[in-house]
Design a protein around this ligand. Sequence first.
Ligand SMILES: Nc1ncnc2c1ncn2[C@@H]1O[C@H](COP(=O)(O)OP(=O)(O)OP(=O)(O)O)[C@@H](O)[C@H]1O
Ligand SMILES: [Mg+2]
Length: 324
Amino acid sequence: MRALASRRALAWRVFATNALVLVTVSVFLVFSPATISAPVAASELLVLVGAVTVILIVNLLLLERAFAPLDELRGLMQRVDPLEPGTRIELRRADADVAALADAFNRMLDRLETERRESARRALAAQETERLRIARELHDELGQVLTGVLLLLDAAGRAPASEVDEVLVEGREAVRATLEDVRRIVRDLRPEALDDLGLVSALQALGAGFTRQTSVALELELPDAIDGLSAEQELVLYRVVQEALTNVARHAGASRATLRVLRASGEVRVRVTDDGRGFGGPAPGDGGLRGMRERALMVRGAVEIASRPGRGTEVGLRLPVEEP
Ligand SMILES: Nc1ncnc2c1ncn2[C@@H]1O[C@H](COP(=O)(O)OP(=O)(O)OP(=O)(O)O)[C@@H](O)[C@H]1O
Ligand SMILES: [Mg+2]
């Protein structure tokens, strides 16, 4: 009985409260001289109504006491501020049920805070890696060529008139190559096709690039237009497909791959599949697969990855769409 009581403390309290009221009333009736005639007299009815009212009020007061810890818990839960991590619920007095609820809530806060800290750390690290990469590209490619152009211009200044043309041609060539580099760096930062041509054409361009660079036969199935997505969602979709195709090229050893985008009711569904070597278990580390999930989460989307050794890989993305 005690085990039952402590396991279901709240229910037990309610039962005990009601039992107390009922037993008290029964004992009172047994020993009181009060009688009820049939049919009931008006004065008796008055006493009866009064007694029932008193019983109900006492019951209500006792039940309110029994449920007070739940109210306290709700109040404390509402006061937890996500901007002040580390706050935990502490109950002054608690039944087993309510203490278990508070405990579960506290553990959920632990998990959320850890995940939030981790994802902020990863976002910072990713940002830093990206900056380093851009800095290196700017330094190695633009810096080198521009220094070369500067030297050429100096040389042109000193060169005899008959050689100036030649030096300038060389300089123009170097600047043209640098412009190409700038375009590529910008394209990597934000795929311009996305802004200029729209998502479908950008995906077609991605597919064409994949086909040029690999020997995998890619089957594209794209709608004429994919509307309803925000600019951020379009970028996430593009990046997820880009990462999935890059993985196919790098890891799958596949002979065929497909990219399908489907506009379903209330959502856009994307699927990238390959018939390559696949992989078992969860993908390790902070790699592209994890990045996909995080990007998708930021725009309320979800990524599903299904893969088995020898059975190919399927990456799915769903993005919710506001219906017009
Ligand atoms: N399509 C695929 N076919 C076979 N294996 C895959 C495929 N996609 C991912 N994998 C496996 O899962 C691992 C994790 O992939 P993930 O994209 O997270 O990292 P990565 O490609 O190795 O590195 P990164 O994407 O950060 O450059 C890969 O190393 C590979 O072993
Ligand atoms: Mg990858």
